[in-house]
Design a protein around this ligand. Sequence first.
Ligand code: HEM
Length: 455
Amino acid sequence: IRRDLPHPHRRVPLLGDITHLDRYRPIQNEVALAASLGPIFERRVLGLHFIYVAGARLATQCLDEQHWARSLYGPVLEFQRFMPDSLFVVDSDNPLWGQARRILTPAFAQKAMRSYHRAMQSVADDLVAEWSAGDGVIDTHSAMTRAAGEVIGRAGFTRDLGLFHDAPDSADSQAFIDSLGDLLRMASDAGLALPIIGPLRRRILEPSVRRNVEVIHSFADRIIAERKAHPTDDEDLLNLMLTAIDPETGRRLPSDNVREQVLTFMAGGYETTAALLESVLHYIAADQELQERLRTEVLARGGFDYHAVTGMRLIRHTLNECLRLWPPAPGYFRRARTDQDLGGYRIPAGQMVFVLALAAQRGKDVWGPDADIFDPSRFEPDRLRSHPDRFFEPWGTGPRSCIGRQFALHEATLLIARILSAFELSTDGTPLIMRERGTLRPEPYQLKVILRSNR
Ligand code: HEM
């Protein structure tokens, strides 16, 4: 087995592979590097050692739970500063993880999805009303952030956050969303920072981190306190968090843990889903033929009830193709449980690697020579069967994979369907450029919408 991994060509004494670093688009930068360095390579910078896995077949190998495990590192680890015991960041061997996962899993089963459908519809109503009353130029970033945030509020906590109209919560909700956004950005910066510079930046940013943490904690505390003061029999996430009993331990979630879970679902739910919605809207607006095909499917379903939405296959394929080309979570850290041979290189037990899903999901060896081209039809069952080795893991893998997957897909399908049935979409031709803040998300762009006359 070879030992020396490929690395960027100019290695600077003491500093290491410091050239070719990109602070603003680090993951897209590593993906570009993979084109010349191959399916696995390393970067050593100031004593840090990162191994990147970009090839689809090697990435698949790293997802094998028997030999590899999820590793908490980088931005994910930074979240521990403001939600240390939440489902998202707690270690898998901490009993709190299993307990929370078992308690909250029913909240994402099909039955629960049916009950969230009404809340999701109400957000779609507000979105369509807002766009109908506007001047036809949409700030997509703001609209999708508010839509995804409001869906979690109304479906998960049976609470109108007031992000679409004046409500008692409006100002606090917007402050909450802004603070959470700032914290995600800071976590992403700090999680990928270099020695010396990183700690220095962290110290400078500390007061603003503290302020933002205060805002999000007090918002979550108020939601919980008000529910406790006025209990309901809603089958929402919040009631499960407060009252459900873990079938395995017979215990409820510790009361000081509920705040962290509320924050997890707000954080996990809005940023990623908004990123997906924004990229899919961009592709649809830029391709009138695709737009018409999707609209025909939507109109043929004859409505937007739960059943109609789950049958919108073309929209699902389009969402999947966006998730393949631009996964909002562009990669994940994995740790070898035992010594591994990865593409002919020895990876010792305990070594961590970063699986570049963004690169592996575009692997020409598994998806074919047109892997970089946007083509939703590749998700049609017949065509999928012709790529048995495909790599498509935008939801992560194994026991720690995304609990909110069906929720996000149902929400995105419904919102896109409602938008297509009400509006003709176009863009001013701005290309899709992705920025990185923990997630991979389009740079803000404007969408042009015209109300359809025969909707
Ligand atoms: C975990 C992606 C939407 C809640 C994850 C992971 C990925 C992911 C890749 C695993 C991360 C890792 O291994 O480090 C996405 C994408 C979404 C989305 C692409 C939308 C397009 C949602 C929604 C919710 C949610 C809507 C909640 C309503 C969570 C939670 C975890 C998680 C709680 C942690 C699960 C655990 O550790 O047991 N998500 N997610 N996500 N996601 Fe999502």
